[in-house]
Design a protein around this ligand. Structure first.
Ligand code: ZN
Length: 243
């Protein structure tokens, strides 16, 4: 499936391939709400035992975050922002519409290219015959043939651009979305590191931000904000309360 493979489909942006660090799975998936920088991981020696924490890579002065605190907050956050079933259905319906429109457009474009190529090839055959019959001289033949060859190449590249991945149907994608969006918090918790990034990337291509008391919903993609009915806040990043 495209989404699982990490390719871009249906407007979902998927992060670059990253080295997984099991101790700090979120270090590049969540950003600092104060400056927008990456979080990096570190170990601290507490009074009795050492603990893992994230800290802003820019050392912008924002406090460190315990790994367990960020993980638990994220799961709770995702559970809270799981779209209600009827909204997910609407989202899927819109996705299916867009998918079908895209396919229909590609089909029309392909048919047109195929027609043009067939016509041009027929013209090339006629041209060759008239040259052999002595109707067209060699110079005219060469000029016309070059012109036709160029047009055929152009239409062939149009034809090439209409090839789409038929490996996954919209049904596969819907099935995946339904399963994954049942409860995002639980899905996240159970997923592999790569899937976790895909999941977070699908709802927040620009990465969620830790606002030093919790995660902000303002980094959700516009589509996802629309499904959830989140009110956009222009001051979402850079304004941090209590830090
Ligand atoms: Zn920062």
């Amino acid at each position: 499936m495209a989404i699982i493979d990490g390719r871009n489909r249906c407007g979902m942006t998927v992060g670059k391939r990253l080295k997984d660090n099991p101790d700090f799975p979120l270090r590049r998936s969540i950003k600092c709400g104060k400056c927008g920088g990456h979080l990096s991981g570190g170990w601290s020696r507490g009074r009795s035992k050492r603990y893992a924490y994230y800290v802003c890579k820019n050392r912008c002065g924002a406090p460190s975050i315990k790994v367990t605190v960020l993980k638990d907050s994220l799961i709770e956050f995702l559970t809270e922002y799981t779209p209600p079933k009827e909204k997910l259905e609407l989202f899927l319906m819109l996705m299916r519409q867009r998918f079908n429109q895209d396919i229909a457009q590609l089909r029309t474009k392909r048919e047109k290219a195929e027609q043009e190529i067939a016509q041009l090839k027929q013209m090339r055959i006629t041209l060759g015959r008239k040259n052999m019959e002595g109707v067209y001289d060699d110079e005219y033949f060469r000029e016309q043939k070059k012109d036709l060859d160029g047009k055929i190449t152009d239409w062939e590249s149009v034809l090439g651009s209409t090839v789409y991945d038929t490996k996954y149907t919209m049904d596969d994608i819907e099935k995946f979305m339904r399963a994954k969006f049942e409860d995002l918090g639980r899905t996240y918790d159970k997923s592999e590191p790569g899937e976790k990034r895909v999941l977070l990337g699908s709802i927040s291509p620009n990465r969620l931000a830790w606002q030093y008391s919790g995660l902000s919903n303002q980094q959700f993609s516009a589509e996802y904000q629309a499904i959830l009915g989140v009110q956009p806040n222009q001051n979402a990043l850079g304004v941090t309360e209590g830090s």
